[in-house]
Structures are given as C-alpha cells and as structure tokens.
Design a binder for this molecule. Structure first.
Ligand SMILES: [Zn+2]
Length: 252
C-alpha cells in the first residue's frame, strides 16, 4: 500500500489539470502549504468535488505521489457557506486565500497564520455589516504581514527614528513603514497617510481579534487603510493582485 498521511487544512487555490483532475493548494495546520492532486473531481458524478471547493476547511487523507501527493479521502469541517452566498464576501474570501498563498512558502509550517486564517474566515462567514467585514479583512492583512516577516513600523519614522507629527507622513513599503515629512522627500514608492490611519493600523497590528471585534471603524478610515494596505502588499508582491481587481469589479 502507498504511503499516506492525514492533514487538516484550508483550500487556497485550485487549478484544472487534464480532463477531470484538479491541482489543489492547501494550507495545512501541521505540514504548511502543500499542493495535492484531486483525481476525477471535475466529473459530475464525483462525490468528493463539493468538499474540495475554495475556502473549505477540510480534513483529508493523502497518498504520497511522485510529483504531487494525491487526495484519497476528504471530509469537510466547514464550507463557510455564508461567505459563498454573498458576492462581496466571496471576493474578499478569495483575496484572503490569494495573499495567504502568495506570502506563504511551500512546506513551511505556520500555525500562527493558520489560526489567523481560520479565525478570519469564521468571522467573515457570520459578519453582515459592510464596514465590519472590511475591518476583518484589513486585520487579516496587517497581521499576515507581521507573521510572515513584513511587519510595517508605525511607531516612529522608519528611516530616522524621529517621532511622527500629526501631518505630512507617508507610508513606504520599501522602507518598511512610515516616513516623516523630512525623510519622505524624493521618495517614489510612497503614499501619504493620515495620523488616524497610522493609529488605527497600529491598533489592528497589536490587538487581539476579540478586542478588534469591538472596534467600530468609519467608512472614510476603512477606505484609507484599504488603499494603503493594497499599495503596501502589491509593492511587496511586485504585482497587481487578481483578487483586488475582482473586488473592484464587484463594488462597481
Ligand atoms: Zn525621518
């Protein structure tokens, strides 16, 4: 019998392969991000197919394969049904899956990020208020950056260490945080950022999810941190995120 193992994980990505197969990217709790082959799942008679949808939290059996491990059995822990019933929420769910996939190297165990992902999807599933939904996603982004080693510095100017004044600050992914007016002169990959946004991002970075749950963010501030984090993350990934395009399309 082929060697195998069992793993719990969240499905981040699926790619069609051949006539009926699918290649899955799964972020597992104890083995990190793996890619595995699901054979025959695109046939309409496949029983496993509904279990292997994006954002599903599953428990699966794998057989060790030559190129890819093969999914042999799968049971669903949760499908996050309420995310998928809601176009705006599903676009954000895909965004969360995409950036997780982009920032996470293969075969690297990251339990902290796994727990954050599971908690975030659970919150996104039940939340119905638009501003709170956005807050959940921004919280995920800012915490993901810290967990994966890209924590932006918001306490003082990242270049000279000087304290930040109320106005004239810029966010710089290249520098790794916020620059004051003096240090931002001549900078190219920078965007202005308000003192309120800096304070909010610092709060989201440092606080527990339970504490953040109680915070109310205004529409204006939510929009500002969304655009600044998008700028920051896209710079780090050196490309435009597919999911962001989709979110913009849904919101149009
Ligand atoms: Zn400075």
């Amino acid at each position: 019998m082929a060697r195998g193992y069992s793993a719990e994980g969240v499905i981040l990505k699926k790619t069609n392969l051949g006539e009926a197969d699918r290649l899955l990217t799964i972020f597992t709790k104890y083995k990190g991000k793996i890619r595995a082959l699901a054979k025959g799942v695109r046939k309409i008679t496949s029983r496993r197919s509904p279990n292997l949808e994006l954002l599903n939290h599953v428990k699966a059996q794998f057989a060790v394969g030559k190129t890819f491990d093969v999914v042999t059995e799968v049971t669903t822990i949760t499908t996050h049904k309420k995310i998928k019933e809601h176009l705006f929420k599903v676009s954000l769910g895909f965004h969360i899956a995409e950036i997780t996939d982009e920032f996470l190297p293969e075969d690297q165990v990251n339990k902290e990020l796994f727990e954050l992902l599971v908690s975030t999807l659970r919150r996104l599933n039940v939340e119905e208020d638009t501003e709170k939904i956005k807050k959940i996603v921004r919280t995920f982004e800012i915490k993901l950056l810290a967990i994966t080693g890209y924590k932006p510095q918001f306490d003082h100017c990242v270049k000279c260490g000087g304290s930040l004044s109320k106005v004239g600050n810029f966010i710089s992914p290249e520098a790794g945080g916020v620059l004051d007016k003096k240090c931002s002169i001549g900078g190219t990959f920078i965007r202005p950022i308000s003192a309120d946004s800096i304070k909010l991002l610092r709060f989201l970075q440092e606080s527990t999810l339970a504490k953040i749950d109680r915070l109310i963010i205004t529409h204006l501030l939510n929009n500002e941190i969304e655009s600044r984090l998008k700028f920051y993350i896209e710079y780090l990934l050196e490309k435009e995120l597919k999911s962001v395009k989709f979110i913009e399309l849904v919101n149009r």
